[in-house]
Design a protein around this ligand. Structure first.
Ligand code: PLP
Length: 310
């Protein structure tokens, strides 16, 4: 892979009409497919800096995580080995590798199943890495989902692109909506806009855990409440990774815009974006498409089995 030939920033903005509202979409799904979406922005720092001592990248999380695939791509580009630790791997994934897991393995990722490791001693995945793996100069350790200060580098670049676009469009105000997992992206965007253009407001919703969990994640990254984006609360609690009929219906409706969205974060993201627009649609809205489409390879068959009966 030649980094110079890859598009890693400056994605276009499209306009769609969803449920009668005009919404701009920042197409970070169009970053280069090998290093795509949200994780490419968060990991941009690791591509830009020399890290001359490093020969191994270490991460952990779910074996279907977007971050597994992005880290595998990053490691390949940098000529590093990737060791990715998981709590366990479901039988189904091993029997029929697909999506992020299969793509990461194809890039040479070494996925380590801790349930098969003799020296685990009840340690959590993170605990195991901190005890046995991290702390060596040759190892670059990235916490789950890229939740760390390094992420600010690439997200500041993303904020700058949005500010430039807003100026070109001659908009006096703008709301930016994105669904959150760890909240790292939403928080660093909020902080960047506070520096670059205070008329841009960041709105988000908690897809992983509830609002309390997301708020506690914000505090882990910054104790300054000015850095915290506004959270839009759904009318009921949804559990991460579970399949809901209204999510599927929203996703199908979104597809009619001509843009494919992903199935883990975007259904709730759009539902909450719509909920917000129904209450206040005066300011223009930009929805951040954070990529992750490879995950649809495994999510869509699950939805189809559950709601279409095939
Ligand atoms: C990782 C990811 C998120 C969550 O990003 P956070 O910074 O953890 O909030 C959202 N959408 C997609 C597609 C992702 O891959």
């Amino acid at each position: 892979m030649n980094e110079a030939l890859m598009q890693l920033s400056h994605t276009p903005v499209d306009k769609v009409t969803i449920a009668g509202f005009d919404v701009f979409v920042k197409r970070d799904d169009q970053l280069h497919p090998a290093f795509s979406g949200n994780k490419a922005r968060k990991f941009a720092y690791f591509l830009a800096q020399p890290f001359t001592q490093v020969n191994k990248l270490v991460g952990y999380g779910s074996p279907q995580a977007n971050s597994l695939y992005s880290m595998a791509a990053l490691a390949k580009m940098r000529g590093w080995q990737l060791d990715f630790y998981v709590d366990h791997i479901a039988e189904q994934i091993l029997k029929q590798p697909a999506g992020n897991y299969a793509a990461a393995i194809a890039h040479g990722a070494n996925v380590i199943d801790l349930s098969q490791q003799d020296d685990r001693n009840d340690l959590s995945t993170r605990g195991y890495i901190e005890r046995h793996v991290a702390g060596d100069d040759t190892v670059l350790y990235v916490p789950e989902g890229g939740r760390c200060e390094y992420a600010e580098y690439g997200l500041f670049q993303l904020a700058r692109e949005i500010v430039d676009w807003k100026q070109q469009q001659q908009l006096s105000q703008l709301n930016v909506f994105l669904p959150s997992g760890t909240g790292t992206t939403a928080l660093f965007l909020t902080r960047s806009f506070a520096q670059l253009d205070e008329s841009i407001k960041v709105l988000t919703c908690a897809v992983v855990g509830g609002d309390d969990y997301l708020t506690s994640q914000f505090y882990e990254l910054s104790s300054d409440c000015n850095d915290h984006p506004q959270i839009i609360t759904p009318p009921k609690r949804y559990h991460f990774g579970k399949l809901y009929r209204e999510f599927y219906q929203h996703w199908l409706e979104l597809n009619q815009s001509g843009i494919e969205f992903e199935l883990l974060y975007d259904p709730l993201g759009w539902m909450m974006c719509k909920q917000y627009l129904q209450q206040s649609s005066d300011e223009p809205m930009l929805y951040l498409h954070q990529g992750g489409l490879l995950g649809n390879e495994t999510m869509l068959p699950r939805y189809k089995r559950k709601f279409d009966g095939n």
